[in-house]
Design a protein around this ligand. Structure first.
Ligand SMILES: [Zn+2]
Length: 459
């Protein structure tokens, strides 16, 4: 059993030693250098001491992990669509951040579209901050958006603290967030390069998609054929070219097409400033296994075949892919076409904010991949890509954000028990291993009642 003992730790008050507000004892904690038995001292929301077990740090409160629990850094999810304000019937800051906390995520970065207004100028950012601040149960930061005609807004938004800018190279799914042509993207990247900001790109090429067959009906195959790998290859090549010419940092969002890994690795070897993410659904689902009509599995770019999935794992292991983030993008059951199962008209987006760690861990252990690797892909990895300081690692001086995880516990995903707004998931009934048992944000357990999340900015 986990214990949470209030009161001063026995025998540790004397001798002028610091008394921390909280001391956490863990037989297995994941530090940057690996697993260690530690005592962690926390004061004013920060990690102020990481000591070897037995150091007998003094604390006003104490958390002692159970024998089957490990202490992880709070996860960082840099790709979340909260859709609030404007489409809060799809999701919202209270529901999304409760789901995040239940999944061990202590920092999320919200995407600039699907909300109204989209986050393409400072007024829109301030509107969003005003909505998020009183509702957030975990820390929240924001990406800005780059759309046609918004070039003059990039510098002010950067100054206002966004972590970078998202653009699409094909239709975004919502008309108020139009895509950029590659030359427009490059022009904006030149502006961002001067400020060492970054462009994060939904990399599917509009022309390639226009030439592909149109998706319709309940067959997953029809949808898959409408979003060929080639669309990612072409768009990623354009991003690499623009990054090379401008010197701007670029980030490939939600990589699905493993065939693009080769050109990505070559560009990085050449010195192009490029980072890459993929998502749990591309790593645990496979096209061959998606039932017709299962529109909960529709997302863009699409989940591809099992061989592609294996190649994405390899891309993670060899370091070509930097991190794994959710691309949590919910909508209503009506828009997901759960009744008709029509892949042509259903909203594209998979909701997995709460499930990323157990899903990935369950799949990783079958591949003999350690928990430490999985957690780095979901914590320090995305923190580094987005440039979130003080998050994603258990280090002195960092925020005291932790996920307590029981890696061997087995449970079954039930959509109705998930905390995001609508009980829709691609993983209904899945048996998974590993349970987040508590989430600690700046030294206090997230209880889902009092929103204690803060807004974070690029530092
Ligand atoms: Zn997305």
């Amino acid at each position: 059993m986990t214990q949470n003992i209030r009161g001063t730790v026995d025998g540790a008050v004397s001798g002028g030693r610091a008394v921390h507000e909280l001391v956490i004892r863990a037989e297995r904690a994941l530090l940057p250098e690996g697993w260690a038995a530690v005592e962690i001292g926390v004061s004013e929301g920060r990690i102020v001491a990481v000591a070897a077990a037995g150091a007998r740090l003094a604390g006003e409160r104490r958390i002692e992990l159970a024998a089957d629990e490990v202490l992880l850094p709070g996860l960082v999810d840099s790709h979340v669509h909260v859709n609030d304000p404007g489409r809060s019937e799809w999701e919202g800051f209270a529901t999304a951040t409760r789901a995040a906390a239940a999944g061990g995520v202590t920092t999320l970065i919200d995407m600039p579209l699907n909300c109204l207004p989209p986050t393409v100028d400072v007024d829109a950012l301030e509107t969003k901050r005003a909505v998020a601040a009183p509702a957030a149960h975990v820390d929240v930061g924001f990406w800005g958006g780059a759309i046609p005609g918004s070039t003059a807004q990039l510098a002010p938004l950067h100054e206002a603290g966004v972590f970078g800018f998202k653009c699409f190279l094909e239709h975004s799914g919502v008309d108020e967030f139009p895509h950029l042509e590659p030359e427009e993207m490059e022009r904006d990247m030149a502006v961002l390069a001067e400020r060492d900001s970054q462009m994060i790109v939904h990399a599917e090429d509009s022309r390639t998609l226009a030439d592909a067959p149109t998706a319709s009906g309940r067959r997953y195959r029809s949808f898959l054929e409408s979003r060929p790998e080639e669309a990612e290859h072409v768009a990623i090549a354009a991003v690499i070219d623009a990054a090379r010419r401008t010197g701007c940092r670029a980030h490939i969002l939600h990589l699905s097409a493993a065939g693009a890994l080769e050109q990505i690795a070559a560009a990085r070897a050449e010195g192009v400033r490029l980072t890459v993410e993929t998502c749990p659904h591309y790593l645990v689902l496979a096209a061959e296994e998606i039932a017709d009509g299962a529109t909960t599995h529709k997302c863009c770019p699409p989940v591809r075949e099992g061989a592609n999935r294996d190649a994405l794992w390899q891309g993670l292991l060899d370091g070509t892919i930097d991190c794994v983030v959710s691309d949590h993008s919910p909508s209503t059951p009506e828009l997901k076409e759960v009744d008709t199962g029509d892949f042509g008209t259903a909203w594209g987006g998979i909701s997995s904010l709460q499930l990323g760690l157990p899903l990935l861990w369950t799949a990783a252990r079958r591949r003999d991949i350690g928990l430490e690797q999985v957690v780095r892909w979901m914590s320090s990895g995305p923190a580094a890509v987005a440039g979130v300081s003080g998050k994603g690692s258990i280090v002195e001086g960092g925020d005291a954000d932790f996920a307590v995880f029981a890696p061997e516990r087995e449970w079954t995903v039930e959509a109705a028990e998930l905390r995001h707004r609508h009980p829709l998931t691609a993983y209904q009934g899945w048996p998974v291993q590993g349970a987040v048992t508590r989430t600690i944000l700046r030294g206090e357990e997230v209880d889902g009642a009092r929103p204690r999340g803060r807004l974070v900015e690029r530092s």
